[in-house]
Write a protein that binds this ligand. Structure first.
Ligand SMILES: [Zn+2]
Length: 308
């Protein structure tokens, strides 16, 4: 499908959940949109080098600064000296590298410090692969996130606002900041664009040729309604996602490590704490039981072990 619906100079390096997809544009100023997680840097470099086929990477563009989207920034900057462009919302936090407000501390995730050279504001037009791509706001998952839209090709780079199955955790709500209505508005915007192809932050690109874009939007709309009806659902989903992410990164975690993670998460997010008032050990045990139940982890020798 990808070969049929995407231009030759746009290469999607489909990664997984620990690393976001990397979207490579081959032109006079080769660019990559999002750079994956830091522990996958070697893979990112290898895949990117193969896609670049001898060219040097000149530009990095980030849809947002979560560790799975910007974790390769520093490494690729060191290797290629690529100029880096980020959305404006968190630029000040990058300037002073505020790990806590940049989400890395409370999520127990790593992201090496990187610099940026310019900002991409909603409404800006970027030239990528010889086409015009408009920067669009994408509040909800992360209020500073943006999407990229090429009207001529009908292609949307949706980041974590829309995946084929769902969308990213609504993080602002965890801190007591409204996010459900913002995510619903972002889905409405995507509906108005009526993309022919969506390149999500995670998972394979999908196309309206077989109705997959409409189906994904319909499922996402009902999910945001379901989450907003009981915000505890978003809180539990967030913790599950964060623990599963850390399990993928570490391979295995002890009960004490899980509890420490939960403690850090709850400590940084008042609304989470309100929904999960028990002590961190009890919350961790409850969440671990859920991970075991859905098959995301198994228990071996007192450790929780990732199954993927
Ligand atoms: Zn994200």
């Amino acid at each position: 499908m990808r070969r049929m619906t995407l231009p030759d100079n746009l290469v999607v390096l489909e990664r997984g959940w620990l690393s976001s997809n990397n979207i490579v544009f081959l032109d006079d100023e080769p660019a990559v949109v999002d750079t994956g997680y830091v522990t996958h840097l070697d893979d990112t470099v290898r895949l990117l080098d193969a896609a670049l086929a001898g060219r040097s990477l000149r530009r990095i563009v980030n849809t947002h600064l979560h560790s799975d989207h910007a974790g390769g920034n520093a490494g690729l900057q060191a290797r290629h000296g690529a100029r880096t462009f980020i959305p404006p919302g968190e630029a000040e936090l990058v300037d002073r590298w505020d790990e806590s407000r940049l989400s890395y501390h409370h999520t127990s995730q790593q992201c090496p410090r990187f610099r940026y050279d310019g900002l991409i504001h909603p409404g800006d037009i970027l030239s990528l692969g010889g086409e015009a791509w408009r920067v669009l706001p994408a509040a909800g998952h992360d209020h500073a996130m943006v999407m990229l839209w090429c009207e001529r090709l009908g292609i949307l780079i949706s980041a974590d606002a829309l995946w084929q199955k769902g969308f990213g955790v609504i993080f602002p709500e965890l801190a007591g900041v409204a996010g459900f209505a913002e995510q619903a508005a972002t889905l409405d915007l995507i509906g108005q664009l009526a993309p022919r192809v969506v390149i999500p932050g995670h998972g394979a690109p999908f196309s309206e040729d077989d109705g997959a874009v409409s189906a994904a939007l319909a499922a996402a709309r009902s999910r945001i309604v379901w989450l907003s009806e009981d915000p505890r659902r978003n809180v539990e989903n967030a913790l599950k996602v964060l623990l599963a992410f850390k399990l993928m990164e570490a391979g295995r975690l002890s009960r004490a490590e899980l509890a420490a993670m939960v403690d850090r998460s709850l400590g940084g997010n008042a609304a989470m704490r309100a929904h999960l008032p028990d002590d961190p050990e009890a919350v961790a045990a409850y969440m671990a039981a859920q991970l075991l139940r859905v098959g995301a982890a198994t228990e071996q020798d007192g450790y929780f072990v990732a199954t993927t």
